[in-house]
Design a protein around this ligand. Structure first.
Ligand SMILES: Nc1ncnc2c1ncn2[C@@H]1O[C@H](COP(=O)(O)OP(=O)(O)OP(=O)(O)O)[C@@H](O)[C@H]1O
Ligand SMILES: [Mg+2]
Length: 172
């Protein structure tokens, strides 16, 4: 009983999704101002400051477990930051809300179905765009079998690179 209550408390203590009820905003630049973040007691990121001007690329480099993926999740507004501020801008105007940012997961999962169905899985309304996405993501020359038939559990019949290409085509 005590163990069950502890588990329930752990679930209740999970912070609410910070994206709920917030406006989705277009963003073309952002600034991190003294941002710190911890999942629990220890800080994973401390006093991070940087700016990404419009049309610029940002590469995040660091040791395994140093917080790169966490930083990307903070940029996408998926976790509430502990201290500091993330400022989003669109055409030089400061915007409040959750940025419309898509990101490709490091450890994404593909379903045991065709490439086309995998691409449509989060967006059932896609129709002719699927062919365009297949071409755009360099999957066009892949054996037709896989675009129409199953690619196996987690895409096990595909190469690692092609798996990532399918995930890229599926990004919303
Ligand atoms: N959801 C989570 N809850 C608690 N701790 C987490 C969570 N996600 C990551 N961590 C911890 O935060 C730290 C940073 O993890 P993160 O995934 O951001 O690292 P990374 O730089 O992307 O690593 P890698 O190069 O291996 O992908 C690690 O110590 C990890 O154990
Ligand atoms: Mg990572």
């Amino acid at each position: 009983m005590r163990i069950s209550l502890k588990r329930i408390k752990n679930i209740i203590d999970i912070p609410l999704d910070p994206t709920i009820g917030k406006e989705r905003i277009n963003v073309n630049s952002l600034k991190f101002k003294d941002v710190s973040f911890s999942y629990g007691k220890e800080y994973i990121l401390s006093n991070i400051n940087f700016e990404v001007p419009p049309s610029c690329k940002l590469a995040i480099v660091g040791d395994t477990g140093s917080g790169k993926s966490t930083l990307v999740k903070l940029i996408a507004g998926l976790y509430p930051i502990s201290t500091g501020e993330i400022a989003y801008y669109y055409k030089k105007h400061r915007k409040e809300g959750v940025p419309k940012i898509s990101y490709l997961l490091q450890d994404g999962y593909l379903f045991d179905t065709s490439i086309k169905s995998n691409i449509k899985i989060f967006n059932k309304k896609l129709s002719e765009e699927v062919e365009h996405l297949i071409e755009l993501c360099g999957l066009k020359n892949l054996n037709k079998v896989y675009t129409e038939e199953t690619i196996g559990e987690d895409g096990k019949y595909l190469s690692g690179g092609d798996k990532k290409r399918v995930e890229l085509a599926r990004v919303r």
